[in-house]
Write a protein that binds this ligand. Sequence first.
Ligand code: PRP
Ligand code: URA
Length: 209
Amino acid sequence: MSNVKIIDHPLIQHKLSLIRNKDTGSKEFRELVEELALLMGYEVTHDLPLEDIEIETPIGPTTAKIIAGKKVAIVPILRAGLGMVDGMLRLIPAAKVGHIGLYRDPETLEPIEYYCKLPMDIGERDLIVVDPMLATGGSASAAIAFLKKRGVGNIKLVCLVAAPEGIDRIRKDHPDVNIFVAAVDECLNEHGYIVPGLGDAGDRLFGTK
Ligand code: PRP
Ligand code: URA
């Protein structure tokens, strides 16, 4: 699948197993999700453009590379996407952060929007949309469609655990979006939860169940 990258570095697999474990509590779960976002961010940012600068090392002058002032925004899908923001920001501290609030209607599984606040210049930025879970794909697809209406061209979607159904949905609705995941699981259950997954990411992050 050309626009899907599974980032399965051993550290990522290890930390993912820890958050899958139902006995992992909220504090550790939050720390691990942040660390996973940071580790994934390393790969997600592999194509950031560089530019040359002239510097002096203690030994002498040289031409060196720095990130070329590319404008980036990180957009978490609330709530669970919030858990991935700080990890990404540790790699790209100058990035702006936009928020899109969506929840899945438990009956229909359709995404319901309840909040949106984006940087003014969102249309000029490359976006990294973050959400730990890609289940039916409805939430991520709706968020991406919304961002495209605001004029955003370059969008990457970064999720920890995906179901095949969610990946198929994003590839169908948004073939231009590159998807980064740490794992693709077996399927969805009758309630739309990823199997084996890790349960409800928002509830586990914020201790609401
Ligand atoms: C979860 C998750 C995704 C969505 C995935 O959010 O964080 O946003 O479900 O499911 P989908 O691919 O079928 O749309 P949820 O609706 O539980 O809201 P929360 O983050 O506030 O808990
Ligand atoms: N949302 C979650 O938090 N977990 C799932 O398995 C599916 C949707």
